[in-house]
Design a protein around this ligand. Structure first.
Ligand code: GLV
Ligand code: MN
Ligand code: MN
Length: 415
């Protein structure tokens, strides 16, 4: 006897159900951590979890756990899950596909009727996106012991509220913050389904990606203080233009990534704030982000060192003051070969073609990989687009990925 197939209609209903909680519905999906739509989405997803018979709890940073009990709950548990927060004007699949697939997989396993050994838990990790507090994977980072209460106190949103203030105002108990980290060995295996957010699967016409490694991201906040002055009155040789320094740095980041020894190096300047941002004024201040990622930590570190040297040169040449703050510098996370093998077998048994690949995007699995064996299932992204209202993945592709997920979770739960 085998598991039943995932229902595309269930996947679609839950993804569309979540999408009702959206602070900017005219332009894709925006659901930022602990805003009203995000809190409502949390309630919605907890109800969906309860509907399929899972028991739901939360930890002190709002990670949600929904448990399908096995015959021996004392054994290390099997996890699946993802996130339900988004970047600004995103799509409705990044993160949500994995949570919904987890709930549907748990339903299939429950209805299968044969008791599995280990508990299976479907998780929603708190704020995978760095949108509100500037740092990504807050919930899973805390689980990995890399976000202490003191660090959480320092993380501020644009209004100056700290993460801990926001948590307290919502009734989370900070006295329990030190119970968030998960012990090595506490989780037997964790498998996350996610949309690919690139065009590799689509171009190969392969429906399933098996992630072998998640690239490690590094991010920086840079501020440049130049000299604000008149665009007509100031000759070119007497300027200290903060924006042009930012442009030079962004172009150098691009060059370093393109010419790096690793094919996976990517560098992005995605947010720039130019002051005073007026057509006839030389900019006096610029604030911007740098995001650099690689599957090879050494190559990434070299690339960052070179960029930092370049920034010092620009500071000197242009007579400016440049400050660089490192936000995070994460290691790449390899997937567990045993889980990969189970995923491959599952695809082969179901005659589904798969492709082994790296994930350039980061995921909560990157942090979970610090205390548990992980692997990921990718499903295709239309035109490779993500972090955009144009993001799209076919519900039937997510359902196919859910079949692989359910099969794999059940096998892991019986190991
Ligand atoms: C997560 O969304 C990332 O930026 O990779
Ligand atoms: Mn994302
Ligand atoms: Mn995501």
């Amino acid at each position: 006897m085998a598991l039943k197939r995932a229902l595309k209609s269930n996947i679609q209903e839950m993804i569309e159900g979540l999408d009702k909680f959206n602070s900017d519905p005219k332009d894709g999906t925006t659901r930022i951590l602990f805003t009203e739509p995000e809190l409502k989405a949390r309630n919605y997803i907890k109800e969906e979890m309860a509907k399929v018979g899972l028991s739901v709890r939360e930890d002190a940073i709002g990670n949600i756990f929904a448990t399908l009990e096995g015959s021996d709950p004392s054994l290390p548990v099997v996890w699946t899950g993802s996130h339900i927060d988004t970047v600004i004007n995103a799509g409705k699949f990044d993160g949500m596909a994995g949570v919904v697939a987890g709930i549907e997989a748990a339903r299939l396993i429950k209805e299968f009727g044969q008791k599995h050994k280990r508990n299976i838990e479907v998780l929603v990790y708190t704020s995978e996106e760095p949108t509100r507090f500037g740092l990504g994977c807050l919930g899973s980072r805390a689980m990995a012991g890399e976000l202490s209460l003191d660090k959480a106190k320092e993380l501020k949103d644009e209004e100056g509220n700290s993460l801990t203030e926001v948590l307290e105002s919502l009734g989370y108990d900070l006295a329990e913050f030190d119970q968030i980290p998960v012990k090595q060995g506490g989780v037997f295996a964790a498998v996350e389904l996610h949309i690919e957010q690139g065009a590799v699967l689509e171009s190969l016409e392969v429906p399933i990606g098996i992630v072998e490694s998640i690239a490690g991201p590094s991010s920086f906040e840079v501020s440049i203080a130049g000299k604000q002055s008149h665009a007509g009155g100031t000759p070119m040789n007497l300027r200290h233009d903060a924006f042009l320094a930012c442009c030079e740095i962004a172009l150098e980041a691009e060059r370093l990534a393109k010419e790096s020894a690793s094919k996976d190096t990517v560098a992005t300047v995605g947010r720039v704030e130019v002051l005073p941002n007026a057509s006839n004024v030389i900019s006096g201040e610029v604030y911007f982000s740098i995001d650099i990622r690689d599957s090879d930590y050494e190559v990434k570190s070299e690339c960052i060192d070179n960029l930092m040297k370049f920034i010092e040169e620009v500071e000197e040449d242009r007579g400016l003051t440049i400050k660089v703050e490192k936000i995070n510098d994460d290691q790449p996370t390899p997937s567990d070969q045993k889980i990969i093998k189970i995923l491959e077998e599952s695809c082969t048994n179901k005659e589904i073609r798969f492709h082994k690949m790296i994930s350039g995007a980061f995921h909560d699995s990157m942090m979970v990989g610090k205390f548990a064996p992980i692997a990921m299932i990718f499903v295709p992204s239309k035109d490779g687009i993500s972090h955009s209202p144009k993001e799209w993945s076919d519900y039937s592709d997510i359902a196919r990925g859910t079949d692989i997920l359910a099969d794999t979770l059940l096998k892991l739960a019986n190991e």
